[in-house]
Design a protein around this ligand. Structure first.
Ligand code: AMP
Ligand code: GLY
Length: 416
């Protein structure tokens, strides 16, 4: 199988790596990719939100599978363009991707499908904002209705800050605060069958102890030894099947990946958000644990036949990823600094480095080129060993001004 992956972050490096380990995948292309990806795939310069350009490239390289990594091409209709040309694609059509693209639409679907989630109000005027903040009380949760890469959400005790965020966004969703640990569950679906991946946990806040602003994610681990038995079955029953059915009922066949962001509250699992693509950095740890070759599975979400796969196989042990972020992330990250220690970090036992925001500096050196620069993965017999190995490898890296959280998977490893 010839595969083309769209995107150039840590998630896409993990996807390309997983495809490169699949004996059924012969050729891997990526657009735009990054320097790390270029070691295992052929990179192409391309505007990945341009459906015509993507379709032309896919046809030229005779791709039998196009894997759409980020949300922007999905919301721009790139999956529709590929399907129209009969090119198998991993990712939902534009209308279906609104489950991620519009928080208000996601809430509407959840309500219609009876999916457990936070109570919410869509607000346009300061009066509506004020009423909703009064109704739900502190901590306040205010979400930009559009795509904001995980950064459009403010969770705060500070009423002034909540009102300010609502004013800056225009249309917002204000909702009740959900307490309890968060879980990311990724589910593959062809619109008829659904296949869950291993649940993972992500760390959204920038600094240790869940302090600081929300980010795209500063680290992740899998599996979750503390997760209640039956969690995945319960979420498949109460969230995934009703959501996919409700989408079908509206003529929106959902094909690709449904990312279910959950809070495990005292009242049971509640959906915090849906995304229409793999999560970053959770994908880095989930795919590390996947034993089933990935190519045919991703392709089956489009061509059908997911039901015949049965269930996915997982490796024993654990994986932890730690994101190395640039100075000033998530605000206005510093770019263009040389990264030292990549070879030394990559040579550590049970660890490897995935590139996220990097670029070539000349022909040989790699520089920072984004907020989340690297995603270092450690693997081991259990979370404790995986975590140690991830942090040992992080310790070999050298990037001026960069920072990372030191408490990724700390609590889960201590509870083993
Ligand atoms: P979202 O983009 O909707 O996932 O929100 C980003 C992050 O904000 C989530 O991962 C949570 O950490 C936090 N968050 C969102 N909604 C809520 C909520 N209703 N209650 C508590 N935290 C929330
Ligand atoms: N890690 C959270 C996300 O990908 O949205």
């Amino acid at each position: 199988m010839k595969a083309l992956v769209l995107g150039g972050g840590g998630r896409e490096h993990a996807l390309v790596r997983a495809l490169s380990l699949d004996p059924g995948v012969t050729d891997i292309h990526c657009a735009p990719g990054n320097p790390g990806i270029s070691e295992i795939a052929e990179n192409h310069v391309l505007n990945v939100t341009d459906g015509l350009a993507v379709t032309e490239l896919a046809a030229r390289i005779r791709a039998e599978l196009v894997v759409i990594g980020p949300e922007a091409p999905l919301v721009a209709g790139v999956a529709d363009a590929l399907r129209d040309r009969g090119i198998p694609v991993f990712g939902p059509d534009r209308e279906a991707a609104r489950l991620e693209g519009s928080k208000a639409f996601a809430k509407e679907i959840m309500e219609a499908a009876g999916v457990p989630t936070a109570k919410a109000r869509v607000c346009r005027t300061p009066g509506q904002v004020s009423d909703a903040l009064n109704e739900f009380g502190a901590p306040y949760v205010v979400k930009d209705d559009g795509l904001a890469a995980g950064k459009g959400v403010v969770v705060t005790e500070d009423r002034g800050a909540a009102e300010r965020h609502a004013r800056e966004c225009g249309r917002v969703v204000i909702e009740e605060y959900l307490d309890g640990p968060e879980v990311s569950l990724f589910v593959l679906t062809d619109g008829a069958h659904a296949l869950p991946l291993l649940p993972a946990q992500d760390f959204k806040r920038a600094y240790d102890g869940d302090q600081g602003p929300n980010t795209g994610g500063m680290g992740a681990y899998a599996p979750l030894p503390w997760a209640p038995p039956g969690l995945v079955d319960e979420v498949m029953e109460t969230v995934v099947r009703p959501t996919v059915s409700e989408m079908n009922r509206r003529g929106l066949r959902y094909q690709g990946l449904l990312y279910v962001g959950l809070a495990l509250t005292s009242q049971g699992p509640r959906v915090v958000e849906f995304n229409a693509r793999f999560g970053d950095p959770e994908t880095q740890v989930v795919l590390d644990r996947l034993a089933t070759p990935i190519g045919a599975v991703l392709q089956a979400t489009d061509t059908g036949g997911l039901g015949a796969i049965g269930s996915l196989q997982w490796k024993k042990g654990a994986a932890v990823t730690v994101v190395v972020a640039a100075e000033n992330y998530p605000g206005d990250p510093t770019k263009g600094d040389l990264i030292g220690g990549l070879d030394a970090a990559g040579a550590m036992e049970g660890a490897y480095v995935l590139h996220a925001g990097t670029a070539w500096d000349g022909a040989r050196e790699v520089k920072s080129n984004g907020g989340r620069v690297l995603s270092v993965v450690g693997t081991g017999a259990d979370l404790r060993q995986a975590r140690e190995r991830a942090y040992e490898a992080v310790g070999k890296l050298d990037l001026r001004g960069s920072f990372h959280r030191t408490d990724i998977a700390e609590r889960a490893a201590a509870e083993l």
